[in-house]
Design a protein around this ligand. Sequence first.
Ligand code: SF4
Length: 439
Amino acid sequence: MVRMANKAYKNIADLLTQLYLVDERPWLVGFSGGKDSTLLASLIVDAVLSIPATQRKKPIAVLCTDTRVEIPAIAEIVEGTLSRMHKFFQQKGLNIEVNLLKPPPEQSFWVNIIGRGYPPPNRTFRWCTQRLKIDPVTVFVNQRLGHWGEAILHLGARRAESSTRAQTMAGRESRNGLLRHPDLPRVWVSNPIEFLTTEEVWAYLLQKPNPWGSDNRILYKLYANASNGECPIQIDTSTPACGHSRFGCWTCTVVDRDKAGEGLLAAGDERMEHLIEFRETLLEFRNPDNGWRDNRRMNGNEGPGPLLIKGRRELLKRLLKLQEETNTVLITSEELLLVQQLWKAARNPDDGWGVSRILNKQRGVVMNNDINELNRLREMEEEVTHELSIRADTLRRMLAKVEESSESHRSHGLPDDLLNILKDDLYNTTHQEEDPAIH
Ligand code: SF4
C-alpha cells in the first residue's frame, strides 16, 4: 500500500515536471488551506525545486480566496501559511507569487444582506459563492490573461471526494489531460491529485513537511477538531456547495448545521460561541414567517422577497453588538457607507440617515453625512417629483440605483432595476400607500 502510494506521488511529481517544461504557459494554483490543496501546492513547489534554476522561467500564482466571513481559526492558519509560502518563495528566488483574493466591499456578505436585503443564502439561492469566491478569482485571472494569453490552473480536486465532482471532471472537453475551464476559455484546468484517496493525501502530508515549513499536524488537528472536510477554492458553479460538511464561512446558512464551527467550539475555540449564535439569527431573518422579509419579490411578483428595511436595520444593530462581543471588526466603515447608499434605493427607502442613527445610538459614533447637502437635495427632489408626478421615494431610489451602478462601473441590469422601481411606484400609487420615506 505504502509502496503503491509512493509510486503515485512520484508519478504526479514527474507529470508536473514534464508539464512545467513542455511550454511557457503560466500556472495558477488554487489554494484553500485545506488538506487537498496543501498537498497540491507541496507537490508543485517540490516539482519546481527539482528543475534547474536556469530553466525555472514560468510565472506561477498561488490563488486563495478570503470571503471576509471565514471561520477565524481557519483564516488564521491560512494567513500564516500564505505568509510562510511568500517568504520561502522569495528566499529561494522562485517565480511564485501568493495572492489572497477578497470580494470588493460592494459585494461583501454584509453589503449584500444588510445593504441590498438579500436573504441569507440557501441551496436554491446560493448567491454568495459567485460573489465571494468565484468573481474575485475571475477578475484576477482575466487581468493576468491580458498579459499571458493562456494559463494552466491546477486544482486539488479528487474523484474520491464527490461523485458529482467526478462526473463534472469526466464530462469536460480535454487536451493533453487538461480540461477546458467552463467559464474562462483560455484557461486549462489540471487536477494532478485527482486519483489519490483521502488516506494517501494524509499519508503524504503527515510524512513529509511542506517545502515552506508549515507543520501539517496542525492542519490534521484542525480537521480532527472540526471533524469535517475543507471548502475547496471555487472556480465555477459546478464545484459542489462548499457549505456541505466542509470548512466554509461562519455565516453559512446553506448547511443545516455548522459542524466545523461546533467542532471548534467543543475543542475550546470560544470565539465560535457568539458566531454560531449569530448564524441562528441569520436563519431567523431568512424565514419568511418571521416578518423580516417583503412579501413581494424584487421583480414585483408575489413571494418571499428581500429583507425589509426594518429587518436590515435590526440585523445591523445585532451585527454591531456582535462586533463588540467578539472585539473583532466584522463590517468596515466603507461597507457601512455602502449600506446607507443602498437603503436609499430600497423599496421602502430610508431617509439617508438610518445607518448614522444606529451607529450613533449604539456606539456614539456620528457618520460623516453633510446635512446642508442633504437639505439642498431634498428641495431639488421636491421640485422634480412635483414636475414628473412621481413619488419622492421613487426618485430617490432611482437616483441611488444609478449612483450605485456608476460607482461599481456596472450598467448591466440597470434598465431592469429602474423598471422594477417604476413598477413599485405604480403599485404603491394604485394601492394608495402613504409615503414611507421617513422613519
Ligand atoms: S461557505 Fe456557505 S456562505 Fe460561504 S460562500 Fe460557501 S455556500 Fe456561501
